[in-house]
Design a protein around this ligand. Sequence first.
Ligand code: ADP
Ligand code: MN
Ligand code: MN
Ligand code: MN
Ligand code: MN
Length: 339
Amino acid sequence: MTKYKLEYIWLDGYTPVPNLRGKTQIKEFDSFPTLEMLPLWGFDGSSTKQAEGSSSDCVLKPVRVFPDPARKNGVLVLCEVMMPDGTTPHPSNKRATILDDEGAWFGFEQEYFFYKNGRPLGFPESGYPAPQGPYYTGVGYANVGSVARRIVEEHLDLCLDAGINHEGINAEVAKGQWEFQIFGKGSRKAADEMWMARYLLQRLCETYEIDVEYHCKPLGDTDWNGSGMHCNFSTAYLREVGGKAYFEALMAAFDRNLEDHIAVYGPDNHMRLTGKHETAPWNKFSYGVADRGASVRVPHSFVKNDYKGYLEDRRPNSMGDPYQIASQVLKTISEVPTE
Ligand code: ADP
Ligand code: MN
Ligand code: MN
Ligand code: MN
Ligand code: MN
């Protein structure tokens, strides 16, 4: 028997975006525990905006298990929050709102800033570093400093060792800004792994005394780029049948549901989706082939392939909840009839 450290991880009840929470329990198992071996657990919902003080217990229901590469005998247990009955999803549990669809594939591109003492990592104490230009995919101390890449590489290894399906990393347009991409098959897989990857990044950064800044426009109304979380998506029908008529009906549905999408695409998105800096204005839906200034970018390959493949919704921002984003995308897709 081995004593495993089970880190139960969940999302709290803060709005408009939840925070990650976690606590550890030790349990003995003969071998690395599978999902079925992990019990429900509880927590004090009155401390996480998930319950009133008088009757405050909420239930943690394990939904995904990962080895914890940074902890001896460590297990990362991603949970959904349930009501005290253990079966009804708590209102804050947005994962439970995602339509089941094994044929749905998502790829999220998470952009973020490293922050040190309230400023982007590598910024001088006052004023600004040299303007944007050399930082995107840059190399060298002047461009990326000495710490950022070390964290990015460590984070990548932690994620790969945990079994998270990273597809790549890159330095971004602003100094101190980086990106990683996660892809998953199934309507919840990429979103689950995005939350786990965020958890591992934030925990890793503690030891460097560095914060992860997810705000979509942390430098406000300046020429410094904001951060997005582009949502690349496809369904079995889009990949295998598609067609121009279906594509146009789908885009009409996205247009019609603009407000529902923007509501879950991350806070303060009007600051980022201004129509400048490779963005479309937040309040007007558009799509375009290979157009990085449209709400939805249609890859060249999609059109060449008789309107089959995946699409990129460029509007979700870096602070968005991938559960709510995936949920809304699939809801809109479900409104469009297929033959
Ligand atoms: P860019 O920065 O040019 O927009 P990236 O390479 O950073 O592109 O991200 C593209 C994302 O699209 C990746 O996460 C990838 O996994 C995802 N993707 C590729 N094919 C599909 C598909 N068929 N369905 C859903 N997502 C996809
Ligand atoms: Mn206690
Ligand atoms: Mn990208
Ligand atoms: Mn990017
Ligand atoms: Mn993109």
